[in-house]
Each structure stands twice: as structure tokens, then as C-alpha cells.
Design a protein around this ligand. Sequence first.
Ligand SMILES: *[C@@H]1O[C@H](CO)[C@@H](O)[C@H](O)[C@H]1NC(C)=O
Ligand SMILES: *[C@@H]1O[C@H](CO)[C@@H](O)[C@H](O)[C@H]1NC(C)=O
Length: 463
Amino acid sequence: MFSFLLTAAALAAQVATAADVFAHFMVQNSYAYTVDQWKADMAVAKHTGIDGFALNWIPPDCQADLSWSVDRIADAFEAAEDMKFKLMHSFDMSYTECNIFWNQTFMADILTKHAGSSATYRWNSNILVSTYGGDQADEYGDEFFQGLKDLMKSGSNSISLAPALTTYSMQAQTDPNGASSDLIENYPSIDGYLNWQAWPLDMDKNITIGPDKALQSSLTKAGKTGPYIMSVSPWQYKDLNDGNPLNAWVAYSDYLFPDRFESITGPDAFQPDIIELLTWNDFAESHYIRDLPDKDDETATDYVVLGDHGNYVWGQDHSGWRRMVRYYINYWKSGKRPTINRDWVVYWYRIHPKDAVCAGGLSTPIRNADFPADAVFAWALLKDYATVSMSVGDNKYWDFDAKAGVPAVGMVPFPSDLSGGVTPEVSIMRGGKMVEINKGPQPINAECEWANFNPVVGIIKPS
Ligand SMILES: *[C@@H]1O[C@H](CO)[C@@H](O)[C@H](O)[C@H]1NC(C)=O
Ligand SMILES: *[C@@H]1O[C@H](CO)[C@@H](O)[C@H](O)[C@H]1NC(C)=O
């Protein structure tokens, strides 16, 4: 009897568990996109194991005319239908400066417009709807959300609502239980939740899974039927360079990416329903995993104008991180360690020491600038046991061992002498022989033109 009950419970849990992976997509960066460009992005995302994009957009009348976003989203649905890819709306409700806000009629219209599409992502047969924010502006809040749900229900297109209410996610970093019970009490309209806080919040500490556990368990206890969405991100650095100290920061992200992925794989892993990668293409916040567009090709269908942000984004390729994503998604979805029959090492580093005084980009001090270690970090995924050896300038042969098919991490600190710029070297040593060697994509320099805490990502991959 006891074992029967367990089985029934396990089955019930399975029905509600999706194990899908979304990547947060900034629609504002899709201005030049064609249907084919959407397909190209979706193909890369699918290869990485990603099932869909969460489309972040701001009210189309906010800022200079953004009415084109509606057309790009229609193109995205067309592409996704062809690619068997999923899309969910993630309404950005954090904008207040333009004094134009989302309204329920417009949101309902756009959700209804795509309700019949095979690309529309559903949760328990309802359209899944997410947000960034909705708790900070007086125009929104629980009643607004309930109104949207009622409107959709009356049109026979019920939604499941899993917003990212950032005040609660921030509070959960230091007070997980308080934040969780406040959330349930203040937002009866929600079905699920996206915990946006994928980075340690202004703390010189590794993030833990505690807040995710508390938030998920309070949803379950409250009988909510929506998904618990956990966010995972490689890094965060943003600099608006506008003289406002609130607008320039870095989050402690040195080991963040492998750390957070490790917490959802393996035997005692935390089990979210959905993982949302932050982000696919938020260049200004330095957590993109998409390839960078060509800076100079104005005719490219992924062309973007980055302004000042470009000073710390152009040249900082992050594509190597997708290899880590692919490994951990595969592991998380299958519940088994993937078999590895090639050698990979992904490594990342900032290109200036944290004390570097730069000519530009320092209109205010960068918050948390002391937190990151001046070091090159590596993550190895090898087919057989080997030693990974890292050198940078005078710091030579910092080694770590990796077993067959089990990721291992290591680091080498920046040397004190960076004169002329030093480029890291990473190699794989097996059976007394060097089997691979790779030079970092950029040198590390003490002199800098622009404050830059956005890392470059190098990769040793099968040749
Ligand atoms: C609702 O929002 C849309 C898109 O921002 C806007 O065009 C429209 O004027 C708004 N409607 C009302 C009644 O505010
Ligand atoms: C974060 O974790 C890594 C190991 O995963 C450790 O080396 C590092 O010291 C930790 N950072 C802090 C600030 O505790």
C-alpha cells in the first residue's frame, strides 16, 4: 500500500513536470530580424537543448515607436512553427519612465492572436504567460494580473501566470521564507513563479538554492498549479555610464554558471519545472549566450546598435558557454550524465584587473567591483582522465585534474605583471603528452579604454 501511494504520488508529480528550457529573448534587439534570422537563432538554441524563447518586450508605445515589435513577434511565431520551437510572452513591466503602461486589452489581444499557434507554449493546456516585474509600478499588481486572467478566460483562452516579481526574488535572497509567504499572500492571482534572481544580490558570496526551494515549496503548499521557473545565468555586468551610481554594477559571477547548473543535476538536485536562461541576447547586461552580431554590417538581419554598451560588449564572445548549457540541459532532462567522447574546456576571464583605471565608462564607481577574482576560470568536460593546465604571464602551469565525463573547474590568477598585455593559455595533458592547447581570445591589459567587467569566453573543442 505504502509503495503504491509513493508510485501514485510520483506519477502525479510527473504529470505536472515539464523539464523544458527557455532562454530570455530581448525583442528590442530583433529590430532587423527576418523570419529566416529567427529560424537561425532557433536552430542554434535547439542545438543547445533550449526548447523555446521567453519574449521580453516593453509596451510598443513606450520610447520611440516600437510598434515594429508586434510584427517581429508575428515573424517569430511563423519561424517557431516551422522549427517546432516554443514561444512564451514575458511582458516587461519594469518600465515606468515613459509613463506608458501595458493594458489588459492589448495584452489579451496579442495573446489571443497567437493562441492558435503550435508554437504557443502551454502549461496544463493553458497559455503560459510570464513577466519581468509587475510588482513595482502602481499601474500593475495583483488586481491587474487577475483582470488579465479573467479577460483571457472569458475569451476561452485561459492563461497560467508565472510572473517574475523582482521585489520578492530580491527579498528571498536574505529572507526566503518571509518572501515566499508574502508572495503567496499578496499575489493570489499567480499560478506559478519565475525567480529572476539568478545572481548573488550585492553579495560577495556564491548563490545558493535556498530561495528557489522556499519559493517553490510555498507555491506547492498553496496548491498553485503553475510552473516553478528557476533562472540560470552566466554573469552580470551593466554600465549605463550616466553618473548614477545605481546604474553601474557587476554581480559576483566567477563560478556562477557551473555552480548553479550543478545544483540542478545529480542525485540530490533541486527540481524546477522549467529553467529560464538569462539570457539569449541581453548584450547590455553581459549575460548573453548568443553569438554577437557583426558590429559594422548594417545590412545584417541581426544588426544591433549598442551605443555606449558596445564599449564592453563588442569583441566579448560568449558562445563557448553554450557548450556548458548543452551538457547540463541534457543531464537535467535525461536524469543521466551524458556520455562524453570528445574533449572540451570552456574558460572565461575579464580582460582588465579590477583595479584598472579606465579612460571611459567610470562616470561612477562600479558597484561590487571588488567581488570578482582577477583570474581565468575553466570548466573541463573530458572523454578520459586528464590534467588541464593553465598559464597566464608569470603564473604558469596552474593545473587541475578532470575525470572521464565529469566536469571539473579550476582557475589561474592574473599575474602582477601585465605589461604589454598577457594572453592566457589552456592545455590538456594526458599520459605525459599535451593533446590540446588553446590561446585565449584576447589579452589581459592593465590599461583600458573603457571599464569592462564583461568576460570573454574561450573554448578548446574537438578539431
Ligand atoms: C493599450 O496599449 C497599446 C500598446 O501599448 C496602446 O497602443 C493602446 O493605446 C493602449 N490602450 C489604452 C486604452 O491605453
Ligand atoms: C564560490 O565557490 C567556489 C567553488 O565553487 C570557491 O572557490 C569560491 O571561493 C567561492 N566564493 C566565495 C566568495 O565564497
